[in-house]
Write a protein that binds this ligand. Structure first.
Ligand SMILES: [Fe+2]
Length: 116
């Protein structure tokens, strides 16, 4: 998906780590000596699975173009929203401070550039 090269790389690395944590906690639960400890590790595994599910949904939303491209305004900190599936060159105005920005793509990643 255009503009998300680094974001998708990082999200997929995090997804791999979360899935490894699920497996590890389940293994700890399987060798636990007490029911209390086993349940604690299973709760950890469920928690990590929730993280993995959320990451996978975000990755799929990005890959399907269902994610809005939003930056924090470097002037005031408000959100600058370019919407879904924007083309590089699209302009958006910060709704708080009124500064206009243009969406650029550099080496596969979106960047926010101030219109001068
Ligand atoms: Fe702003």
């Amino acid at each position: 998906m255009r503009g998300y090269k680094t974001v998708l790389k990082l999200l997929n690395e995090d997804l791999t780590a979360e899935r490894a944590a699920v497996r590890t906690y389940r293994e700890f639960a399987a060798v636990s000596f007490s029911a209390e400890t086993r349940e604690m590790f299973m709760e950890f595994a469920r928690s990590e699975q929730g993280h993995a599910n959320g990451l996978l949904k975000l990755i799929m939303d990005i890959e399907n173009g269902e994610n809005e491209v939003v930056f924090y305004c470097p002037v005031c900190g408000w959100e600058v929203n370019f919407g879904k599936r924007p083309e590089p060159g699209k302009e958006a105005r910060c709704r708080m401070c009124g500064v206009i920005f243009v969406l650029a793509e550099v080496d596969g990643d979106y960047q926010l550039q101030k219109v001068v």
